[in-house]
Design a protein around this ligand. Structure first.
Ligand code: G3P
Length: 217
């Protein structure tokens, strides 16, 4: 399973990259706004800066338009920033149409705001590179987000769809483990959830004991 970080914060992206396990980055308009990125020039420059840190990994950059022609125009601009840019398109009618257009024109896509298996089938039919089910938000509405990942994984396997399942809206380290178990190809996580994987009290207790005993060596 690939590890992406779900942020537009350059320091956090650098920290995850320095850990040596980072395969890519996903952003969205909320995450960009949180970093205070405003205006087209600043947005394009910020994506450029992210691509520079990540090197070879994929960087999802989301379109802000919702009609077919504007999604295409915007997506072309984003894709021109760097060969690692993946154009993130919402799961709406014009979005599906645009994903098909991008697929036919060799521009990679990430279909976002996916909350059902039906939507995931449509995204795959349109040729999306990635599909992003938002598992945390599904959990928030009292459904099981991880179950959706497993269902999509089963459908894609039976049908031979090549679209990669990118589990998004991750809230904790357990989500990452459960998504790996359910067959996600990628998990995009906040830095805290990635670092949460490190933690186990027995590791801390064991290390303290080893360091104490090492003094006797
Ligand atoms: O990038 C999309 C997704 O990961 C958003 O997560 O926490 O806002 O539901 P969240």
């Amino acid at each position: 399973m690939k590890f992406f970080i779900d942020t537009a914060n350059l320091a956090q992206i650098q920290e995850a990259h320095d850990l040596g396990i980072l395969d890519g980055v996903t952003t969205n308009p909320s995450l960009m706004a949180k970093e205070g990125i405003k205006g087209e020039a600043a947005i394009l420059q910020h994506y450029k800066d992210i691509c520079e840190i990540v090197g070879d990994g994929d960087v999802s950059a989301e379109v802000l338009s919702t009609d077919f022609a504007s999604i295409i125009e915007e997506g072309k601009k984003l894709a021109a920033i760097d060969s690692n840019i993946v154009v993130k398109v919402p799961m709406i009618k014009d979005g599906v149409k645009a994903i098909k257009w991008f697929t036919d024109n060799n521009i990679r896509t990430n279909c976002t705001l996916v909350f059902s298996a039906g939507q995931a089938i449509l995204a795959a039919k349109a040729g999306a590179t990635y599909v992003s089910p938002f598992i945390g938000r599904i959990d928030d509405s009292s459904w099981d987000g991880v179950e959706l990942i497993a269902q999509i994984a089963q459908i894609y396997s039976i049908q031979g769809f090549k679209t990669e399942i990118l589990a998004a809206s991750i809230r904790n380290a357990l989500h990452i483990v459960k998504c790996a178990e359910a067959g996600a190809d990628v998990c995009t996580c906040p830095l805290d959830s990635i670092l949460g994987l490190l933690k186990h009290p027995l590791t801390d207790i064991g290390l303290a004991k080893f360091l104490e005993d090492a003094k006797k060596m």
